[in-house]
Design a binder for this molecule. Structure first.
Ligand code: GUN
Length: 283
């Protein structure tokens, strides 16, 4: 029977620490860290995420600005709003909720955000810094995964870590962070041949595929640690991870549940990045 890696509990412990750090930062500098979130359009899932980011900021004592723009907002209008936030000394972190509408070039938007305020760590400057191991911000989901592993004392050095998924936001930075911790890392994706043969050699398996219940018992090694990054809403309304939790449960040593695993960590890591941005910009 597997140990459940409780991301909700780890997230709460982190938030308490962030709250204390925010209070002492305010006392020392008189500056309140502030996150500005921009959302374009009416995507219901994005609206929930943005609301939770706003609530998270307030709970740890930070300021939160939410800029809600209509779907018809032009690329130029959005770029000029980001410009304003870049030059506003009271804004320390900027996040444009993705996806943006099709008529807006996501790359241009990411490139416009000042790297020092890029709390998603999506800007090429921050991506490059992660590559060479000299970073200020870590992307929130991979940072959450690393935080859970460290909280439970799960050693990474020398382990074979297999990441399924190669997105710029999760798979690639996840692999890089594990490499920095001296793991041997394999990255698998949709064109990988003999996927199960590779995943079965993983000491730590990170699933970031975006397909419900994709990882099954025959794909994991006995005693592996399994981290499930997936959040898939199924036809019956239930949330499923990328791992078939019930199927692998008896075979693995430890596993993150969905919900209640990696998910709760991502906003917490965003709050930490916002405080880091405020500290670096207030010097
Ligand atoms: N949409 C879904 N997840 C994220 C995220 O982590 N950052 C941004 N900017 N948009 C998202």
């Amino acid at each position: 029977m597997a140990k459940i890696l409780d991301g909700k509990a780890v997230s709460l412990a982190n938030r308490e620490e962030i709250k204390r750090d925010v209070a002492s930062f305010i006392e020392k500098t008189g500056v309140t860290p502030c996150l500005a979130v921009v959302i374009v359009g009416e995507d219901p899932a994005s609206k929930v995420y943005v609301r939770n980011k706003h609530k998270g900021c307030l709970e740890v004592g930070m300021r939160s600005i939410v800029c809600e723009l209509p779907y018809e907002t032009t690329e130029d209008e959005l770029l000029s709003i980001i410009d304003g936030m870049n030059s506003d000394p009271e804004v320390h972190g900027i996040l444009v909720q993705l996806p943006v509408p099709k008529h807006i070039d996501e790359k241009k938007i990411i490139n416009k955000i000042l790297p020092e305020k890029d709390v998603d760590a999506f800007h090429p400057v921050n991506v490059g810094k992660i590559m060479i191991g000299d970073f200020d911000f870590l992307p929130c989901t991979p940072a959450g995964v690393m935080n859970i592993l460290s909280h439970y004392g799960i050693e990474i050095e020398g382990k074979h870590c297999v990441v399924i998924g190669r997105s710029n936001t999760v798979g690639k930075p996840q692999a890089m962070l594990m490499l920095h911790k001296n793991a041997t890392v394999s990255v698998c994706h949709s064109r990988t041949r003999n996927l199960a043969e590779i995943t079965k050699t993983a000491d730590i398996l990170v699933a970031a595929v975006g397909r419900a219940d994709f990882v099954t018992k025959d794909m994991v090694k006995e005693g592996a640690v399994v981290i499930d990054v997936g959040i898939n809403r199924c036809a019956d309304g239930t949330l499923h991870g990328d791992v078939d939790f019930k199927d692998v449960f008896d075979k693995v040593e430890a596993i993150t549940p969905v919900p209640g695993g990696v998910g709760p960590m991502t906003i917490t890591m965003l709050l930490r990045n916002t405080l880091t941005a405020a500290e670096k910009l207030t010097k």
